[in-house]
Design a protein around this ligand. Structure first.
Ligand code: URA
Length: 235
């Protein structure tokens, strides 16, 4: 991705303070672009092509951003929607210039782990049906879960449209169940239980591939995924 952006916006997005504070840095002649002291905060710069330095320290500009969001109910997994609030509304301003988008979808009433990135290649790989990336959910169900239900999940379930799901893992846990699926059909988990005559009353995604949702991330909070954690997305 290559783009021209105002110098003050780039610096502010990178944590050098508010636009006002950043303008002061520029005024103090503490910012340079390709070795030349910057004088205009509105100078258009391509951070991928130009070297920006603050107090003689060159900035390391990231091209891609990887964010973990704990989605609350009431938000749609999109960047724009005419009716509802979107997960993009929960992305802190300092990340918004990266234009992150959600990888895959959670229903409006589903909570939990949404991965947002501007890395199209990673998004494509994680969503590719042939990769069968596992996703794990915690669900609450009205009705008892039997050993037979667990076996049926294991063999694959025929949904209302005749599609037979891939084998899935169902495990009881306290007042709910953990479900791992290896594909992502529309309303898949709700429809799998529906096929067994049961309703999902609560659904939360807790893991994508090998990466678990940070239990310290409160609903509505977003944080960057570390490099170590990024590797877990590939396992
Ligand atoms: N399955 C569902 O039914 N809903 C989701 O949001 C995700 C998986």
């Amino acid at each position: 991705m290559s783009f021209m952006e105002r110098l003050d916006k780039i610096l502010s997005n990178m944590g050098f303070g508010t636009r006002k504070e950043v303008k002061q840095l520029i005024k103090n002649k503490e910012v340079s672009v390709d070795g030349v002291t910057a004088v205009c905060p509105d100078l258009k710069v391509d951070p991928d092509k130009s070297e920006i330095a603050v107090k003689n320290e060159p900035l390391i500009y990231k091209k891609h951003i990887y964010l973990m969001l704990n989605k609350p109910k009431g938000y749609v997994s999109a960047t724009q929607d005419n009716l509802h609030k979107t997960v993009a509304d929960l992305v802190p301003e300092r990340f918004s210039h990266y234009k992150p988008f959600p990888v895959g979808r959670l229903d409006i009433d589903t909570e939990g782990f949404v991965l947002l990135t501007n890395d199209g290649a990673l998004a494509h790989e994680l969503a590719a049906p042939k990769r069968h990336v596992p996703k794990t959910y915690f669900a609450m169900i009205d009705g008892e879960i039997s050993q037979n239900d667990i076996s049926v999940f294991q063999s694959g379930i025929v949904l209302d449209d005749g599609y037979k799901t891939l084998p899935a893992v169902l495990k009881k846990s306290g007042d709910g169940v953990f479900v791992t699926i290896y594909e992502g059909k529309f309303h898949q988990i709700k429809r799998m239980f529906k096929a067994l005559g049961k309703n999902v009353t609560y659904l939360k995604r807790i893991k994508i591939s090998g990466l678990e949702l940070d239990p310290d991330l409160k609903p509505g909070e977003t944080r960057e995924i570390t490099e170590e954690e990024q590797k877990k997305l590939w396992t």
